[in-house]
Design a protein around this ligand. Structure first.
Ligand code: NM2
Ligand code: OGA
Ligand code: ZN
Length: 363
């Protein structure tokens, strides 16, 4: 039969212009038989719905779309909720790329949000997703305070460096971060699967000479490269590199591109870490091209056009997107004073998930 209703085309309202496929609507039914009203999960497998399902009847009444299907299921849908889903509305703000002239003031927060100030936490997470980092002042210069901060957002990702780690100069360090050497701007842990999305560093004391901080918006640099040197950009987005970490307890390896794009061509993740990258032995022309591209990217990342430099002060904490920003420090002189940071990693799912929840509760 050809006059069966296989989908709905509403003539007015927010859903005007969208063809609402019958099966697409059917797998979104909200009645108690089909949906667990407590956890909003489906109580049936949508793959079992008849491919030829059709609509017997539908009506629109204010915000509600009522539909009865050929399998006798009926449901009401809030048309605004359907619209939000169709346009892919999300509470995670769009990224704002920045360069060295960025105003740090708007990214500075006070620790008071730790005392259940949800509005301030929303604001902090929004700024974090826009700019890729935030700085929080007045986090007591005490060991483990970082845990309180991190867990206000979500669960810490424990690694072989521990749940939290001490960035301090020590002998026989398994990582150059635990020496007093300078670290050129990098992303952490490119050798891990997956690479932790967020890094937090809390300054407990910074009395040594040197040890200043640098941050770069890696995506801003990538954007510049895409516009001004497409050939290098293509090389860095296509060459698979091996990243490695080795100590007495573990050998970590992961492969990836220095600039990884998503399926839309947007920036997904940067891996830049001169201590741990091993490009394969490609043919000589490709290899030469790769080395030129990496050199140029590194130069841009270190240029004063893109890089901001500041000194992390005692009781200050910074939280940054380890897929987007690069961070580094100048060398310091341990015999001139103590320098001690504590760090940990979080996932983007935790931070995005927290922001979505807080925003949906506040709306
Ligand atoms: N630490 C500080 O990714 C890296 O190897 C950078 C990470 C050891 C957790 C250092
Ligand atoms: C790190 C790191 C920066 C610093 O621990 O990964 O980059 O300021 N540290 O010590
Ligand atoms: Zn680092």
């Amino acid at each position: 039969m050809n006059n069966r209703i296989r989908g709905i085309n509403l003539k007015e309202g927010p859903l005007k212009g969208y063809y609402l496929h019958a099966l697409w609507l059917r797998e979104r039914v909200t009645d108690e038989i089909n949906l667990d009203t407590n956890n909003l999960q489906r109580l049936y497998d949508p793959s079992l719905i008849d491919i030829d399902i059709f609509i017997l009847d539908y009506k629109i009444n204010n915000q509600l779309l009522y539909v009865r299907f050929s399998d006798k299921t009926e449901s009401n849908y809030n048309i605004y909720n359907l619209h939000k889903e169709i346009i892919g509305k999300d509470f995670i703000p769009k990224k704002i790329f920045w360069s060295a002239s960025i105003d740090l003031k708007m990214l500075q927060f006070d620790s008071s949000f730790l005392n259940n100030d949800e509005k301030l936490l929303i604001n902090l997470l929004e700024k974090f997703y826009e700019y890729g980092f935030v700085i929080i002042n007045n986090i007591e210069a005490k060991e483990k305070e970082i845990i309180k901060f991190a867990e206000r957002i979500g669960p810490i990702i424990e690694t072989n460096y521990g749940r939290i780690f001490d960035v301090i100069s020590k002998k026989k360090a398994n990582n150059l971060a635990y020496t007093s050497l300078g670290l050129s701007v990098h992303t952490d842990n490119p050798y891990r699967k997956p690479v932790p999305g967020i890094q937090i560093l809390h300054c407990i004391t910074n009395e040594a000479k040197g040890g200043d901080t640098a941050l770069v918006d890696g995506y801003s640099v990538c954007e510049y490269l895409r516009k001004n040197n497409k050939c290098y950009f293509d090389t860095l987005t296509s060459t698979e590199v091996l990243f490695k970490f080795i100590d007495k307890d573990i050998i970590l390896e992961n492969k990836g591109k220095i600039i990884e794009l998503d399926s839309n061509g947007d920036f997904k993740q940067i891996r830049l870490n001169g201590r741990s990258d091993y490009v394969p032995l490609l043919d000589k022309d490709r290899l030469t091209k790769y080395y030129k591209a990496r050199k140029f990217f590194f130069k841009l990342c270190n240029s004063s056009d893109f890089q901001i430099k500041f000194r992390l002060k005692k009781s200050t904490l910074m939280m940054f997107d380890n897929h987007r920003l690069l961070h580094g420090r100048t060398k310091f002189f341990p015999n001139t004073g103590l320098r001690h940071l504590q760090g940990c990693y979080l996932g983007h799912d935790a931070a995005e998930g927290k922001l979505r929840l807080l925003k949906s509760l506040s709306n």
